[in-house]
Design a protein around this ligand. Sequence first.
Ligand SMILES: *Cc1c(COP(=O)(O)O)cnc(C)c1O
Length: 353
Amino acid sequence: MIKPKPSIECMEEYVPGKQPPEKGMIKLASNENPLGPSPKAVDAIKRASGEVDVYPSSDAFELREAISEYIGFPVERIVAGNGSDGVMDTIARIFIEKDTETMIPIPTFSMYEIVTRAYGGNPRFIRRREDFSVDVEELIANLNKKTKLIFLCSPNNPSGNVIEERDVRKICESTDSLIVIDEAYVEFSDSSLIDLAWDFENLVIVRTFSKAYGLAGLRIGYGIIPEWLSKDYWKAHIPFSVSSIAISAGIAALKDENHLKRTIEVIRTGREFLLSEIPFRTFPSQANFVLVDVSPLRSKEVFSRLFERGIVVRDCSSFRGAGDSLCRITVGKMEENEKVVDALKEIYAGEGI
Ligand SMILES: *Cc1c(COP(=O)(O)O)cnc(C)c1O
């Protein structure tokens, strides 16, 4: 048999949040929207379903126009893809090959490592500090001629903290590498780094419809890229990677500001509740999840004990550099938040911690 290329053979598989095996279980493992999608998006999906015999625009132009109107960047600077994972894959496809590197502050989202390796590059990991902030001086000191991409997740998955604007400025000014800022959770945050895309030619912002818009199953992501990158982006991307149904749903979701507002309110209230009630150590969060350090217990053990009680959370031991005592809990509906808190209190008390 022919052999897959070595860069694929040495990759590790993406570990998703566990799907509940039974109906009726509470899933707080993948940061999905507890309110579901906008009803307007659902209507748009139904309407679009009658026209799936026709190809969509190859570059999701209608959706990009709607996004352009929404965020105020020209449509020429907006790209869309099959999830934000798809957008990041296209960016990696443009820049990464053998003997190139990416810079990844860990623990963080594993997709940055996966797309780096898929194209034959080497990820270089630097450790975040105890509070999960990025040591910018160390990051800059580790850049070299081979560094093509720097992945910064803000708010960071799984820790929930943001990177300061002045820190991103410092990094942008110190390198020609492309800085990719993943703002998958920005709608839940007090701040965005999007305005930096006006100031720097070496910065990309990536966002998604999977979290605040409740459309994870449809796979829609978008990015703001510098103008000079636009031509190569469209050469490298897979045509038609945003389906016609996804395009229609995305446009409708953007118009439903009320649904987004309600979602953000539910998340902020639930987040406060989890942070104040969870008996273990938690970390401040700007996202729709809360990171919990269950020491002296192991995350695997707490995962199983919650699972027995019908609750699925994310055991973070599969995140590189996260250790074995961190669990990530998605903010859910209030009754779900109450159940997970009650269960954690029982576990905490039972251990006599
Ligand atoms: C969930 C998530 C995404 C979203 O990925 P999609 O491909 O758009 O569903 C991107 N980045 C981070 C950090 C995430 O947690």
